[in-house]
Design a protein around this ligand. Structure first.
Ligand code: SIN
Length: 515
């Protein structure tokens, strides 16, 4: 069904903006900040302003800012990690425009970590041939970037920020996007706009095990697809190798706690349950690209029959660990692990969607006046496996490009405000939404994970189609019901794309049963 609920715009309160942005992470905020001050902008945050994947980013943001580095080297590393299926033009844009956008963030007031002389310090992560990861607050890079961008956005008179604003569905009139149906604090409203930017984040919550924030339920991708936008590369789901293995912690926060790749960048080693290393024979060892490390861990866990392995950084002293990784050190300590003495129990979990809404180099989707930015979009920069710390950078580079495109073209765009109606859905009182969500997550964890088979994927597709057959007929009353339908649609898109790609490539690893 085209919409998540029955509605008629005639019956709803209406607001009018030049630009509406869905999402309050780095991509949404930075787009907003680069729009002309004369444009009236609405920025929608699904829950509280800081509940997003940006705020959770630990490791950092990649940029070739040091003398021994260059955009060319950054490009080669990005392509190699992406298994050479990246869009080369998009990668070129990403690496070439990195430095100027980092400079803009400094102007905005973001504080990256510096040495005693005041120079920005950089670290190493998997797949990088140079130390080019800028970080902040040790391991709280996303939090600092988000703080700086949000403070600036809140100070701008032309930007109105809405909390608890759930983007329901995109309105399309005469084949052009003309706004969005929104639920703000439980009440539906229509936001008409001349341009709509989806910066609605990732999809990790369709898996049982994920590092992603609770809000990462694929809403942007699902609503764009319902509105007729093309999707791309949905089979490429990145699994982060090292997330803290602790069920209790996960149930409290709805996600697995991340142990940043930067910990391996500072020399941490992976060990099996007997304490033995198993990455020594792999090119790049612990700092091989993420897909390679996650797969090797998966196989080691399978061999051992265990649910987790160990990360060992006990060769570093406590003073270093407390300063360099304050967030991780404290979380581990609270759970009873002393990083300076104990191995950390870790396991891979879903972390990042490389695919998403297909966009061009200016962030334009296949639907006129609809843009996509950040994790929900697919510029092609990440190919089949994202290079560590390229995601925050993508949000900056392409967020600015979208803003520049809107600044240039919006004068020629008229606001379309015709009535839109939909009334084909039934009220289903008997649906057990809680049960549906756990079914979706179990299916995805078991059948569309790090190692896939055609048989598992076909079974996942059949089960998800069964679920969708029922819930697609339901008039979703509450935003959590809408989220669950978005999750089911997103999960099915991942599985169908995975079935369509017959050969392994980057994070999509498919074997024939019996191999
Ligand atoms: C990490 O700190 O390991 C995550 C950074 C990223 O996803 O690029």
């Amino acid at each position: 069904m085209r919409y998540l609920c029955n509605f008629s715009t005639d019956d709803l309160d209406k607001e009018y903006y030049d630009v509406v942005i869905v999402g309050s992470g780095i991509a949404g905020l930075y787009t907003a900040l680069n729009l002309d001050n004369s444009l009236k902008v609405a920025l929608l945050s699904k829950t509280s302003l800081d509940e997003n994947n940006t705020s959770l980013a630990q490791g950092g943001i990649a940029a070739a800012i040091k003398d021994n580095d260059s955009p060319r080297l950054h490009m080669t590393d990005t392509l190699r990690a992406g298994d050479w299926v990246n869009d080369e033009k998009a990668v070129e844009v990403l690496v070439n425009e990195a430095k100027e956008n980092i400079a803009n963030t400094l102007e905005i007031g973001i504080n990256y970590d510096r040495d005693e002389e005041g120079s920005i310090v950089t670290t190493l992560e998997g797949g990088h041939s140079r130390r080019r990861i800028l970080h902040a607050g040790g391991d709280a890079t996303g939090r600092e970037i988000h703080r700086g961008l949000m403070a600036e956005a809140l100070s701008r008179d032309n930007i109105t920020i809405f909390r608890e604003a759930f983007g329901v569905d995109i309105l399309v009139i005469n084949n052009r996007c003309c706004g969005i149906l929104v639920e703000v604090s439980g009440r539906k409203r229509v936001f008409y706009s001349r341009a709509l930017v989806l910066a609605a984040g990732g999809t990790g919550q369709v898996y049982d095990d994920t590092t992603n924030s609770r809000v990462a339920t694929g809403d942007g991708i699902a609503m764009a697809s319902r509105a007729g936008a093309r999707l791309k590369d949905m089979e490429f789901v990145q699994f982060h190798p090292t997330t803290f293995h602790c069920g209790e912690f996960k149930s409290k926060y709805g996600r697995n706690f991340l142990i940043s790749e930067a910990v391996r960048g500072e020399g941490a080693l992976l060990r099996n349950r007997k304490g033995k290393r198993f990455m020594e024979d792999v090119d790049g060892q612990e700092l091989a690209p993420r897909d390679v490390v996650a797969r090797k861990m998966f196989m080691e866990m399978h061999k051992e029959g265990s649910k987790y392995l160990y990360l060992d950084i006990t060769h570093k002293d406590r003073e270093f660990l407390v300063k360099r990784f304050p967030t991780i050190y404290t979380k581990c300590r609270d759970i009873g692990i002393d990083m300076a003495k104990d191995y950390i129990p870790v396991a891979p979990a879903a972390h990042y969607m490389m695919g998403g809404i297909e966009v061009d180099l200016m962030g334009r989707t296949s639907v006129p006046s609809l843009y996509g930015c950040g994790e929900c979009s697919c510029t092609g920069v990440h190919g089949a496996n994202r290079l560590a710390s390229n995601s925050l950078l993508e949000g900056l580079v392409f967020g600015r490009r979208i803003a520049l495109d809107i600044n240039r073209t919006i004068g020629d765009t008229v606001m379309e405000t015709a009535d839109v109606k939909f009334g084909k859905l039934d009220v289903f009182h008997s649906l057990n939404w809680g049960n549906i969500i756990s079914r979706i997550r179990k299916i995805m964890n078991r059948k569309a994970g790090i190692i896939r088979t055609v048989e598992d994927l076909s079974d996942a597709r059949d089960q998800l189609e069964d679920i969708l057959r029922i819930i697609q007929k339901a008039d979703c009353q509450a935003s959590y019901e809408m989220e669950i339908r978005n999750m089911a649609e997103t999960a099915l898109n991942i599985v169908k794309a995975a079935l369509a790609r017959k050969e392994s490539c980057g994070a999509h690893y498919i074997i024939r049963q019996g191999d």
